[in-house]
Design a protein around this ligand. Structure first.
Ligand SMILES: Nc1ncnc2c1ncn2[C@@H]1O[C@H](COP(=O)(O)OP(=O)(O)OP(=O)(O)O)[C@@H](O)[C@H]1O
Length: 648
């Protein structure tokens, strides 16, 4: 039995009498005939396509007939006219003068050539017309050039259109944030107006001199605490609470906006477990936030531990948990950490258990997003959803890693993990924020950005006055000395772009004399840095020359003036640097020294970032003259000091 039946096409006549050869010839002839037909069809199609552009011969004749009628001249059909012209030429040839004859001969020859061309054109002109005027001839010649050779389709008609600008459309949560007032002084809210705060916390606030909440605190604290009625274990209505993003100016009080509600919500906890984790980019910032947490947990059972590498790993480990036999007992409710050290503790299984984590606070969030390549967040999330040692039946509030929201995924009650993001320069780039895996985020912002707004526009502290000082490179140190010694602007926090510049400038000012100065950079140990900051805050140091190590988040009381000795390259750096002054609604001054070549770009950058206005401050050369001689001597001394430093 055959499995397959193959039918072959044998042509229309399935006559076995016809030989194979003649059949194939017949087929070939048929195909050729079809190809010819197709060719002709495509030719007629092309002609038809061009027809609307070119009037038909009949239309042209009609048009001419009408024109001649209007002018009262005799009308001749183009073909007849051509014939007549030829006859006339021949006639005149025999009667004209010899010179004229020559000319006419030449002309005739030319005409003949042209007629030949026309004939060729006629043969190929799809419209089939014969040009009467030179313009028509030119047009037909052009047609000949562009007409497709038979059987080919000419591809074309492409234009160079300008590319349309793509307008950014922000997701609704980013485009329509809960607005925070920028004006602190006129929008203070008495602490008694905020319900839900326990009396111990209110008392602590008052002891720290806080009678009113700043606008950011008045908005964000209730938003974090709105899940409180359900306790820690389930979000409102059984749903996972929304993550919260806060973008508010430098010095607007963002730290207390998360410290207060987190403490309030953890206050009622029964078992000590790590339930809040605050991650900050630097040791100094971790220390600062840890200090605030410690201050407000005083008198409560809550314990705060810092993991930032200030102490040895073993010491940090010991502060996290204690082990009795095979039982582990957590010693920390709130952990404040830098990402590197945190990952170390997670990986080395040092006793840090994050399975009960309720709040993940990401301060200086935009900077933390930039450090996402360290994958600290994915490690934290992994540790949070790690299955515990307790039996499955016991863990009623067992956590599963978040997936798509479905009825099934929502049905078992889960202890929620809520992310709280804070920054003065929070990115509005949804792609970047997406990296944080936010859950139905809610944005609080002092910048109301509609969807068409320029990307990343920020608000500056209201009490801040910005200046730029045009200067020459060689005069920069003198300018700084002029600001401290003549204008008596102190204390000054001065920023340079490198630690070498910071060091030399510090040495120079110290050698010049008349002012107590210090440097703040990675040249110093963490202990030394801490000491310098303290002395600066206490007024023992009048000029602190720093790298960007002190640009972000550092809260130093009483900085009246910030000087950008080196212009910052990025607008975020500028905002954070100048944000070390004019904090908590106070006034402050910011000066930026600009070389001629830097002016245009810098000013444009600052205006685009949303600066309310930066003013020009000119320091006349004669104001610096009296210090110049001393300055020259100091420079020589500086060279010696640096040489000896290098030798060492
Ligand atoms: N309600 C308040 N009343 C009085 N002072 C306050 C209040 N809230 C905060 N402060 C003070 O304001 C200063 C700035 O606060 P904080 O450091 O939290 O600002 P920030 O918004 O985090 O700034 P940055 O963006 O620079 O980190 C601190 O010295 C803080 O003690």
């Amino acid at each position: 039995m055959s499995l397959f039946l193959v039918n072959r096409y044998l042509g229309e006549e399935e006559d076995g009498s016809i030989s194979k050869e003649s059949r194939s010839q017949a087929l070939l002839a048929k195909l050729q005939q079809k190809a010819k037909e197709k060719q002709q069809q495509s030719l007629t199609e092309q002609r038809q396509q061009q027809l609307p552009k070119e009037p038909t011969q009949q239309q042209r004749v009609e048009k001419k007939r009408k024109a001649h009628k209007d002018s009262g001249q005799e009308f001749l059909h183009p073909k007849k006219k051509k014939k007549k012209a030829n006859v006339h030429d021949l006639d005149s040839e025999s009667h004209d003068e010899p010179v004229e004859q020559k000319k006419k001969k030449k002309k005739k020859k030319k005409n003949e050539e042209e007629t030949e061309e026309e004939d060729v054109n006629d043969g190929q002109n799809p419209a089939g017309g014969q040009g009467d005027t030179e313009q028509e001839e030119a047009a037909e010649a052009e047609n000949e050039k562009t007409a497709a050779p038979a059987g080919f389709k000419v591809v074309g008609g492409f234009e160079n259109r300008p590319v349309q600008k793509v307008h950014r459309v922000l997701p609704q949560w980013l485009a329509q944030p809960d607005v925070i007032h920028r004006d602190i002084k006129n929008n203070l809210v008495p602490i008694s107006d905020l319900s839900g705060l326990c009396s111990a916390l209110v008392k602590r606030l008052q002891e720290n001199g806080i009678q009113h909440f700043f606008p950011v605190q008045a908005e964000v604290i209730p938003a974090i605490m709105e899940n409180m009625q359900r306790g820690l274990l389930i979000g409102r209505g059984g749903y996972k609470p929304r993550d919260i993003c806060v973008s508010a100016p430098t010095g607007s009080g963002k730290t207390l906006a998360f410290v207060i509600p987190v403490i309030q919500m953890l206050m009622e906890r029964v078992v000590c477990e790590v339930r809040a984790l605050a991650v900050l980019p630097t040791k100094e910032l971790a220390q600062q936030v840890c200090k605030v947490f410690t201050s407000y947990t005083e008198g409560t059972a809550l314990k705060v531990v810092m993991l930032a590498g200030q102490r040895s790993f073993a010491a940090e480990q010991a502060s996290l948990a204690e082990h009795r036999g095979d039982r582990r007992r957590s010693l920390a409710d709130i952990v404040v950490a830098t990402p590197g050290r945190l990952v170390d503790h997670i990986n080395k299984n040092s006793g840090l258990c994050l399975q009960h984590l309720r709040f993940l606070i990401i301060d200086e969030a935009d900077r933390m997003i930039d450090s996402m390549h360290q994958s600290w967040l994915s490690q934290v999330v992994k540790a949070v959803y790690k299955s515990g040692s307790e039996p499955r039946a016991m863990s009623i509030f067992r956590r599963t890693e978040p997936t798509h929201v479905t009825a099934a995924s929502l049905s078992p009650p889960q202890m929620p993990l809520q992310k709280l993001l804070f920054s003065a320069t929070l990115t509005q780039n949804p792609e970047k924020l997406q990296q944080l895996g936010l859950h139905q985020p809610r944005l609080f912002s002092s910048v109301h950005s509609d969807s068409t707004h320029k990307q990343d526009c920020f608000h500056f502290p209201q009490g801040l006055t910005e200046y730029y000082v045009p200067c020459m490179l060689s005069k920069k140190p003198l300018l700084l000395l002029h600001f401290i010694l003549r204008m008596k602007l102190r204390p000054i926090l001065c920023f340079t772009n490198s630690r070498e510049t910071a060091h030399r400038l510090f040495l120079l000012v110290q050698l010049f004399g008349g002012v107590t100065a210090a440097e703040f950079s990675s040249r110093l140990s963490p202990g030394e840095r801490k000491k310098k900051l303290k002395e600066f805050e206490q007024g023992k140091i009048q000029l602190l020359v720093s790298t960007d190590a002190a640009a972000r988040g550092i809260d130093i009381n009483g900085v009246k003036c910030v000087v950008n000795y080196d212009a910052p390259q990025y607008v975020r750096t500028y905002i954070h640097r100048i944000g070390r002054t004019a904090r908590a609604g106070k006034a402050g001054l910011a000066f930026t020294f600009l070389l001629g070549v830097q002016e245009k770009r810098f000013l444009q950058m600052v205006v685009e970032a949303g600066s309310p206005g930066i003013q020009k401050q000119i320091v006349k050369p004669e104001n610096l003259r009296s210090m110049e001689a001393r300055f020259e001597v100091t420079l020589q001394e500086l060279a010696k000091v640096i040489k000896s430093e290098k030798a060492r």
